[in-house]
Every structure is written in structure tokens, then in C-alpha cells.
Design a protein around this ligand. Structure first.
Ligand SMILES: [Mn+2]
Length: 345
């Protein structure tokens, strides 16, 4: 496995994109705001340039995320593009083999015709030609630079689509910075936000559509997650879990509990929050969240912490998957916290 870093610059990437007549744009399974925003921004721009674009969302897609796309703009859950003449694959917001699993066979078949645009610190050699900028707050921040290199006006809507490229870029920027609260929301992020608001983005409507549009089962599931809290590392770490029985009893799905992992960080003395969910028997997902100390450094780099379990992400937000039931996963995470307790001081 080669090191996960840029293998070319964005200008070279733009040249390759310009030459392709047919591309597929993909990202990780269960796309979040940045994955979906990046796919939509790139596909809207390329369609404007006359390129044939297959925009693909894989995995179970949160309905609020799906609603960012217009009818017919993206295809769901597929092993690859319908068009066999696709010349280029553009992978955005991930370089992780496990997150691209539904597209694995097709991507391998594409060989060196895979381009990557990402801001994660870890990944595999899937996109031979890639730009990895870990200083970017969102992948859409890098995609904006690509738009500028392609000479595409972000105020444009996609062809046959009322929604603009700017809106898709903003969604990624806003969601990946916790709506401009995280450490990553620096002056460049606010400058880009300003540019996108100038381009007509309705941030209130987007906030409501994404963050104030939950389903009722969220409340009961949140109550169960909070009731499951155990304190670790002298109270500096919190573990929560939602078992298959919890999901069944509350009629909630994993989409309904997005952001619940952040709640314990509202407590001043808590620097690590973990939520474990078992939605498929024998498969447990862990979400890890930390927050900044007053000096700006993370309480705990949860990307490093998640990598102990084969996961990854960002310094303050990361995840991992366990091939075991929730109780065993909970024990493994609690043991790792106990070993790492010193890091949380
Ligand atoms: Mn991202």
C-alpha cells in the first residue's frame, strides 16, 4: 500500500476531467453532506460542460441527503455505471477501500482511469491520480478550486436542474465543519461560505432540510442512548450504545440517530464520546467524537484512536466497524480507552 497523499495537482486533474466524454462520480457508502455535495457539484459542473455523467450514491442513503439531489440526478445502490463507455471514475471524499466496497470490482477494472479528490488522512491506492488535501475542511472546498480551474460558474444550476453548484458546495462545507463550529472552520472556510452565500445559497433552508427534519423515533432512540451511558477515564470519556433491541423498540434506524454521539461533548469535563450501534446482527459501528481544548488541540485524536480498530476519519470525528455484536465491541472500546487514559488527561 503506497502512502495516501496527492499524486498530482488539481490542474492536472482538471485537464484529465476536461478530456473525458463520459465519467462516473462516486463516493463512500451512505454518503454524508460532503460526499453528496461533492458528487452533486462535480456532476452538475461536468454536465454543464457537456460531459455524460453517471452520479452514483451507494449504500443506505439518508432521505434528507437524497433530497439534495433532484429526481433523476443520481442513481442508487449499484455495482458501477450503466454506461460501459465511462472513461473516468472520479472518487470524492474518500480513498477507503472498505467504504467503496459496492464499487470495488468496477473500480479495480478502471485501473489508472480513477481520479480522487479527498481530504482524509488515510486511504488506499484506489485513485492513482489524486489530490489529497488534509488541510481542507471539506472535500467541496477542494472541488470549488476544481470548478474555478474548469471555468465553471458556481452560480450555475445543473442542466435540467434548479439547484446550483454553489448549494452542493455549501452543503459539504457546512456539514463537515459542524455548521462552521469546528476547529477546521478557519478564515478560508468563512470566505468560501461568504462567496457561496453571495452566489445565492439559502443556508436557512438547507439547515432546516438537513438538521431540523428528523423523524419522531429519534427522540426515543436518543433517550435510550443517553440511558446507556457509562463513564470512563475518570469521566473524560463516555460510551453509549444502541442495540438491535433498542432500534426495534423505538422503530428508529441508524439515520435517525445522526449527531446523537455529540451530545456528551456538551459536558465540560468530557473529551471523548463514543456511540456504538448494531443495526445488522454481528456488525457494530462505532462513532468517535472529540472536541478542541482551549489551545485548539484535540482532547484525543479520534482518527488515530479509530485506526486501532481498522477505522479512521478526522481528528475530531471518526468511525470504525466491528465484525461482532455490540457487547463485545463495547468491551473492546472500553479496554482501549483504559489503555489510552493518559491521552485524555
Ligand atoms: Mn468530507
Amino acid at each position: 500500500m503506497s502512502e495516501y497523499r496527492s499524486t498530482c495537482d488539481l490542474g492536472e486533474l482538471a485537464q484529465r476531467v476536461k478530456l473525458a466524454r463520459s465519467v462516473a462520480v462516486v463516493s463512500h457508502s451512505r454518503p454524508d453532506g460532503d460526499a453528496a455535495g461533492s458528487i452533486l457539484a462535480v456532476s452538475r459542473a461536468l454536465r454543464l460542460l457537456g460531459t455524460r455523467v453517471d452520479a452514483i450514491f451507494t449504500g443506505a442513503v439518508d432521505p434528507n441527503i437524497l433530497a439534495l439531489a433532484e429526481a433523476g440526478e443520481v442513481r442508487l445502490d449499484t455495482a458501477g455505471p450503466i454506461d460501459p463507455l465511462v472513461e473516468l471514475a472520479i472518487v470524492v471524499d474518500t480513498g477507503s477501500q472498505s467504504q467503496l466496497e459496492p464499487l470495488d470490482v468496477w473500480l479495480r477494472g478502471m485501473g489508472d482511469r480513477v481520479l480522487g479528490i479527498d481530504h482524509h488522512a488515510r486511504g488506499e491506492d484506489i485513485a492513482r491520480h489524486r489530490v489529497v488535501d488534509t488541510s481542507a475542511a471539506s472535500t467541496t472546498q477542494i472541488v470549488t478550486r476544481l470548478m474555478d480551474l474548469l471555468g465553471v460558474d458556481v452560480r450555475s444550476a445543473g442542466p435540467g436542474c434548479r439547484r446550483t453548484i454553489a448549494e452542493a458546495l455549501f452543503v459539504g462545507l457546512a456539514t463537515d465543519t459542524g455548521w462552521f463550529r469546528y476547529q477546521s472552520a478557519d478564515a478560508a472556510v468563512f470566505a468560501l461560505a461568504s462567496r457561496l452565500l453571495d452566489a445565492g445559497v439559502d443556508r436557512i433552508a438547507l439547515y432546516q432540510a438537513l438538521e431540523e427534519n428528523g423523524r419522531v423515533p429519534r427522540l426515543a432512540a436518543t433517550a435510550r442512548a443517553l440511558a446507556s451511558i457509562t463513564h470512563h477515564a475518570g469521566g473524560r470519556a463516555i460510551l453509549m450504545s444502541l442495540s438491535p433491541a433498542d432500534f426495534a423498540a423505538t422503530e428508529a434506524t441508524s439515520d435517525d440517530v445522526g449527531g446523537v454521539v455529540n451530545i456528551p461533548l456538551e459536558i465540560g469535563s468530557v473529551g471523548l464520546s463514543v456511540l456504538l450501534t448494531e443495526t445488522k446482527p454481528g456488525v457494530t459501528k462505532a462513532s468517535f467524537r472529540s472536541k478542541s481544548r482551549p489551545d485548539g488541540t484535540p482532547w484525543l485524536n479520534v482518527s488515530d484512536f479509530a485506526s486501532k480498530f481498522g477505522g479512521g476519519g478526522h481528528a475530531l470525528a471518526a468511525g470504525a466497524r466491528f465484525a461482532c455484536a455490540i457487547d463485545e465491541a463495547r468491551t473492546r472500546v472500553a479496554d482501549a480507552i483504559a489503555r489510552d487514559e493518559g491521552l485524555l488527561l
